[in-house]
Design a protein around this ligand. Structure first.
Ligand code: MEV
Length: 419
């Protein structure tokens, strides 16, 4: 793709926007996938007791440059302003070259809990003495993952004193490659459990993945040039907003919620597990014992703002809804990512763009003005406005600062748009 800058994109009707995306990606099949959507038949095979489909808007965030590549970002979200803000944040990062990313690679942990132990520290050492045997057993159950260059790569063993007595918790470390990994990791955890019981002399209870995926971290960095974001005052205001989030959990929760507005929308659009990524992000934010922000902002020697983010992002490209859901498949193609690792790094960049845009708005004019015009459109729709009447009524309500259903209905009657 030549550029993710699509000036005037937001003004087009949805069909024409889709046409532009197909054109920008040079991939005609995307259109069909998005238009067809998930069928009831497919849905019925995905979860239980299906009675229908729940639809969420899918939009495209523009303006992203990630590691030198122009990227269009599909986002599935019900929240107004999120996609516009991500695009806005990405635009303001362009002068600094966009987003630069890195990652740890896709290693997940399974936890295997052994209880009723006589000698927990002895048990821990016996497990570690047999680490290669345990990883061999784990890898036997997923030869495909091993062939793809992944599989169990090692162990950590923790002795934990709990209210229910001492426990030995083995962490089986698994390189999941392009899979999110929950299935592979859980199967491996179950497979090694008998050997852990034999070595510890205890009983194994839990055998499950940990969503605190601290060995599957994605990072992004961007320089927001002072000139591009409103000058030194804005730099200082964002810096101060971020400083509060570092030390105050009340602010950090909202700050991180804003980050996840962006990340979760891409996780959902690509058919990945939103709860796994959310759980990992918040647990990682609390890893020091005090819940803190996932991003940091500094002012560099040029007076520009340097934003960075680091968080666990456990997502996959194979398996689950990512492969089944036609819209998720289209989203992956629009992103043009070739590995789950690359997808996780794109998500980190989106989180940073989203966070920066929110902080900038909050630290300057506040977010309500932007929010209100979209909110007004929603209210106009709820009151029954259709077509161009939606915009007309929304604008009137926004300018009057009276945005509610009653006023929208009144205007609809007044302007002759009721039906
Ligand atoms: C709203 O969904 C998200 C924000 O509250 C994030 C933030 O406060 O940083 C605007």
């Amino acid at each position: 793709m030549t550029s993710s800058r699509l000036p005037g994109f937001y003004k087009l009707p949805p069909d024409e926007r889709l046409g532009k995306i197909v054109e920008a990606c040079g991939d005609a099949e995307i259109k069909e996938m998005i238009k067809s959507g998930l069928s009831l038949e497919q849905a019925d095979k995905m979860v239980e007791n299906v009675i229908g489909l729940f639809q969420v808007p899918l939009g495209i965030a523009t303006n992203f440059i990630i590691d030198g590549r122009e990227v269009l970002v599909p986002m599935a979200t019900e929240e107004p302003s999120v996609i516009a803000a991500a695009s806005n944040g990405a635009r303001m990062a362009r002068d600094g070259g966009g987003f630069f990313t890195s990652s740890t690679g896709p290693v997940m942990r399974a936890q295997i809990q052994a209880v009723d132990l006589k000698d927990p520290h002895g048990a821990r050492c016996r497990i570690l003495e047999h680490a290669s045997e345990i990883t061999r057993i784990a890898n036997e159950v997923d030869p495909m993952l091993v062939r793809l260059g992944g599989g169990a790569v090692g162990l950590e063993v923790h002795v934990i004193d709990s209210r229910a007595g001492p426990m030995v918790v083995t962490h089986l470390l698994v390189d999941c490659r392009d899979a999110m990994g929950a299935n592979a990791v859980n199967t491996m955890a179950e497979a090694v459990a008998p050997e852990i019981e034999r070595l510890t002399g205890g009983r194994v209870h839990l055998r499950i993945i940990s969503n605190l995926a601290d060995m599957r971290l994605a990072r992004a960095r961007a320089v927001f040039k002072a000139d591009a974001i409103g000058g030194a005052e804005t730099v200082s205001a964002v810096f101060k907003a971020a400083a509060l989030a570092e030390v105050d959990p009340y602010r950090a929760a909202t700050h991180n919620k804003g980050i996840m507005n962006g990340i979760t929308a891409v996780v959902l659009a690509t058919g990945n597990d939103t709860r796994a990524v959310e759980a990992g992000a918040h647990a990682y934010a609390a890893r020091s014992g005090q819940y803190s922000s996932l991003s940091r902002y500094e002012i560099d020697s040029n007076g520009d703002l340097v934003g960075t983010i680091e968080l666990p992002v456990a997502v996959g490209l194979v398996g689950g809804a990512t492969r089944v859901h036609p819209v998720a498949r289209a989203a992956v193609r629009i992103l043009g990512v070739r590995s789950a690792d690359e997808l996780s790094r794109v998500m980190a960049a989106v989180g940073l763009a989203q966070n920066f845009a929110a902080l900038r708005a909050l630290a300057t004019e506040g977010i309500q003005r932007g929010h209100m015009s979209l909110h007004a459109r929603n209210i106009a729709l709820q009151a029954g406005a259709r077509g161009e009447m939606v915009e007309i009524i929304a604008e009137r309500m926004a300018s009057e600062r009276r945005i509610n259903i009653e006023r929208a209905s009144e205007l609809l009657r007044e302007l002759g748009g009721s039906h």
